[in-house]
Design a protein around this ligand. Structure first.
Ligand SMILES: [Zn+2]
Length: 167
């Protein structure tokens, strides 16, 4: 599917879900959270919602999308959101985009974009730029490689475990 056809694949009920996500985001501000809201839906039904709780829970990864996906997994009693749609009030940051990939979400729909978030003082666009354009030597955080002889021991243990649950 191309980016062009994605625009026209939005269903009418998904517009209503997006309205709900935007309302969650706006209410989040009122309640002391960040201005982001998200929900996870499956088979035409909303499974769980989430809003940004970074400052209220002292959790830098408690973004709306992560919160919604965690709640949806609890609700569905699974670690996979295959077959689910993630509706989010704003374009997901790189972390949330990766989290959605890890969760095996089928589709993701957002409304405000990284540029709108930048106007409000959020780093989403900066982080995308870091990943896409900046060499790691220019990052605000250093990432270093320490090669130890037993570096693959955890993977060896994993591969040797016959009853491992793949994810
Ligand atoms: Zn995020």
């Amino acid at each position: 599917m191309t980016a062009h056809t994605q625009e026209t694949s939005i269903q009418e009920f998904e517009r209503a879900w997006m309205e709900k996500a935007i309302t969650l985001a706006t209410n989040s501000v009122t309640n002391g959270g960040g201005p982001f809201g998200a929900l996870v839906a499956k088979d035409g039904e909303v499974v769980a919602t989430g809003h940004n709780q970074v400052t209220s829970t002292l959790d830098p990864v408690a973004h709306a999308e992560v919160s919604a996906m965690r709640a949806a997994c609890r609700e569905l009693n699974t670690f996979s959101l295959e077959g689910c749609v993630l509706i989010t009030s704003c374009e997901p940051c790189p972390m949330c985009l990766a989290a959605a990939l890890w969760a095996r979400v089928d589709r993701l729909v957002y409304s405000a974009d990284r540029h709108d978030a930048a106007v409000a003082g959020f780093d989403d666009r900066n982080f995308y730029d870091l990943f896409e354009k900046k060499p790691q030597s220019m990052w605000p955080m250093s990432v270093e490689h320490l090669d130890l002889p037993n570096r693959t021991a955890p993977f060896d243990a994993w591969l040797a475990k016959a009853d491992r649950i793949a994810y």
